[in-house]
Design a binder for this molecule. Structure first.
Ligand code: SD4
Length: 331
C-alpha cells in the first residue's frame, strides 16, 4: 500500500485554507477538557468549517428539533460550500479526475445509513439518511448509490468546480503519481455530533476523501464504527484524517466504548489515538483526530499532530477548541 511517508514537515507547515470563514474571530480555547455539563443541546464538529455547520445544527436544536435532523442540516452547509475543498461540491477529485463522496449518518438508537464512492450528488449525507429510512440496508456504494439517489429525487450536479479542475490538472502535470499529505488542505472531513434537549444523540460525517485517491477508494467516513458512531446510552464520536488508519482501529466505535467504560471524552479520544498509533507504524506521517460527545454534554478531542482543531457549540456559544496531540505543538 502507498503510505504517505516523508510528508510530515510539509503538512505541519500548512495553513488552514478556510481562514476566510466569517466566523474566523470565534474564540479559540486552549483547553480540550471542558467541565462536566448536564445535557444538551450541544454540537461539536471537526475543523474550522465546523463553525458554520454548528450554527445550522444549533438552529435546529434551538427550535426544539431533534439530534438527527440537526446533524444532517449542519453538515449540508459544508457539503454545498465550494470553498471547502474536501467535502461535497468542490471537493478534490480522485486520480482519474472524478469527485467521489463518502457519507454516513447515525442515530443514537442504532439506526444508520451510509453511501460510499457516490458521484454527482451534492448532499451525500441526505442520501445516507434515505438509505437509513427508505431501505432495509445500511450502505449503498458507487453506481447503485447514485441510482438510488436519483430515484429518490436528488438532482445530479457537476461537483468538480473550476478551482478543483485547475488543481487536478496541475497535479497531473507536476507528478500524477504524487499523493498529497494528510493535512488541513486536502483532508478535512466534516464529522459533526449532536445532543438534543431530550438527550438523543446523532452523528454525521461527510467527505470527498483523500485528494487524488484511487478511483473507488472508500475511507473511514462512511464506515459505521470507523468514521462515526453514536449510542444514546453513552455518546458519540467521529474521526478525521487518514481513513485507512482509522479503519484499522475501528476508531469511533472504540472512542464510544472507552466512554462506556467511564473514560472522559478527551481521555477516550486519546486512548483511541494510541490504538491507531499501535496499528499504524507510519503514524508520524499521518494525521488522525477524534472528537467525542458524552451523553451528559461533555466534549473532547485528541489527535496525532497539532494541526487539528474542532468547533463546539453549547450554552456558552460557538467556538474553536485546540485539542492536545500526541506530537507536541512545538516539535
Ligand atoms: C478519509 N477520513 O476519506 C477521511 C478524510 C478526512 O480529514 O477525514 N479528512 O480518509
Amino acid at each position: 500500500m502507498n503510505h504517505p511517508r516523508g510528508t510530515r514537515r510539509r503538512f505541519l507547515q500548512q495553513v488552514p485554507l478556510l481562514a476566510a470563514t466569517p466566523l474566523l474571530n470565534a474564540k479559540l480555547d486552549s483547553t480540550a477538557i471542558p467541565a462536566a455539563r448536564s445535557g444538551g443541546p450541544v454540537v461539536i464538529s471537526t475543523w474550522r468549517h465546523g463553525l458554520s455547520a454548528n450554527e445550522e445544527a444549533w438552529k435546529v436544536l434551538a427550535d426544539g428539533g431533534n439530534a438527527l435532523d440537526a446533524a444532517e442540516a449542519g453538515v449540508r452547509i459544508t457539503e454545498s460550500d465550494p470553498e471547502v475543498r474536501t467535502v461535497g461540491l468542490g471537493g478534490f477529485p480522485d486520480r482519474d479526475g472524478i469527485v467521489t463522496l463518502d457519507a454516513a449518518i447515525m442515530d443514537g438508537s442504532g439506526d444508520c445509513g451510509s453511501v460510499a464512492a457516490l458521484e454527482d450528488i451534492m448532499h451525500p449525507i441526505s442520501v445516507a439518511r434515505r438509505v437509513m429510512t427508505e431501505t432495509p440496508h445500511v450502505m449503498l456504494v458507487g453506481a447503485g448509490a447514485r441510482q438510488f439517489a436519483v430515484a429518490q429525487g436528488f438532482a445530479p450536479t457537476e461537483l468538480l468546480t473550476e478551482a478543483s479542475r485547475r488543481d487536478y490538472e496541475k497535479w497531473l502535470e507536476e507528478d500524477g503519481s504524487y499523493r498529497p499529505p494528510i493535512n488541513v488542505e486536502n483532508h478535512d472531513t466534516i464529522g459533526l455530533l449532536t445532543l438534543d434537549k431530550d438527550g438523543n444523540i446523532a452523528a454525521a460525517c461527510t467527505t470527498s476523501g483523500a485528494a487524488y485517491k484511487y478511483h473507488g477508494r472508500v475511507g473511514d467516513s462512511p464506515i459505521i464504527g470507523a468514521g462515526l458512531y453514536a449510542d444514546n446510552e453513552v455518546g458519540a464520536a467521529t474521526a478525521t484524517g487518514w481513513g485507512e488508519a482509522v479503519i484499522r482501529a475501528c476508531g469511533s466505535f472504540l472512542v464510544v466504548e472507552l466512554m462506556r467504560q467511564g473514560h472522559d471524552p478527551t481521555e477516550a479520544c486519546k486512548l483511541a489515538v494510541e490504538r491507531v498509533i499501535a496499528k499504524n507504524p507510519d503514524w508520524k506521517d499521518i494525521q488522525v483526530g477524534f472528537i467525542a460527545l458524552h451523553k451528559d454534554g461533555r466534549t473532547g478531542g485528541y489527535c496525532i499532530h497539532p494541526d487539528f482543531d474542532y468547533a463546539v457549540y453549547d450554552g456558552e456559544g460557538n467556538r474553536m477548541v485546540l485539542p492536545d496531540s500526541k506530537v507536541p505543538r512545538n516539535e
